[in-house]
Each structure stands twice: as C-alpha cells, then as structure tokens.
Design a protein around this ligand. Structure first.
Ligand SMILES: [Zn+2]
Length: 153
C-alpha cells in the first residue's frame, strides 16, 4: 500500500478527508471520483482498507452488545447459586449483585451507543447492503432455469 502513489493529489486529498466514502454525494459529482478510483490504485486500496475498518468496527461493537447481554443474563441466572459463596467469603450479596448489574447495564448502554454511532457515522450499512445485493445477484444467476421462471421479474 505504501509503495503506490495517488495519481491526482488534489482529488486524493478530498477523498481522504471523506475517508474514501463517496456514497453520500450526488451521482453527477460522484462520476469524477469513481473515475479516479478506476485510475488510481492507491485510493482504491485506501478505500478498501477504510471499508474493512468500518465493517470491523460494526462487528466489534455488535459483539460487545451481545457480550453484555450475555453477561447480564449470567449474573441474573447465577444469583441464587452465588448466595452461598458470597456468604462464605463474607461479601455482601446485595451490593455485589447491584454492582455487577450496574456494570452490565453501563456496558450494554455504552456498546449500543457505540454500535449506533458506527452505523450512522460510517458507510458500513450501505457497504454491507451492497455486498448482500451482489451475493443475491450471483446466487440468482446460478439458480436452475425451472426456479428462475417461477420468479416474477
Ligand atoms: Zn488517488
């Protein structure tokens, strides 16, 4: 990636400031930038890198949401069993439980906010939607003709 250079510094700088996301601009303006992506290997690689990053962030934050949901479920489920252990170690069960629940909810709220921010601030949903649409098209092309004829056009 480092060995390549942008073929047009001005366009490259504009694209970099947008994190190589041109999905938000009007179609007639987009043409020039799409042309640049075709010509410029450097910007194409950077665009792929940034979209990969967006998808990784979305995956990470959604995993965090699931993790905290799971943690809350575990804390909730384990409460009666832990009663004995907490008594032996002399820990106050009520405080401990409240603390774990609060931590779980705080983590859940934080990860949900992070996930929403990733989805709204990055083109990850459009990007993933595009990939899904492409896959669907490929799948459809490989369907047997008997099934294809059943589908309305
Ligand atoms: Zn470029």
């Amino acid at each position: 990636m480092a060995s390549t250079r942008c073929t047009d510094r001005v366009v490259g700088a504009i694209l970099a400031s947008w994190r190589y996301d041109i999905s938000g601009i009007s179609p007639e303006m987009r043409k020039d930038y799409e042309q640049h992506f075709v010509e410029c290997q450097h910007c194409r690689a950077r665009q792929r890198f940034h979209r990969g990053l967006d998808v990784a962030l979305a995956a990470l934050t959604s995993t965090a949401v699931l993790f905290f949901l799971f943690a809350l479920a575990v804390v909730h489920h384990i409460k009666p069993l832990e009663h004995v252990a907490f008594n032996i170690f002399g820990l106050d069960l009520g405080d401990m439980y409240e603390m774990l629940i609060s931590a779980g909810f705080a983590g859940l709220c934080f990860s949900v906010i992070a996930f929403v921010l990733v989805l709204t601030a990055t083109p990850a949903p459009t990007y993933l939607g595009g990939i899904a649409a492409e896959r669907a098209k490929v799948l459809e092309e490989h369907l047997p003709d008997a099934i294809k004829s059943l589908r309305p056009r």
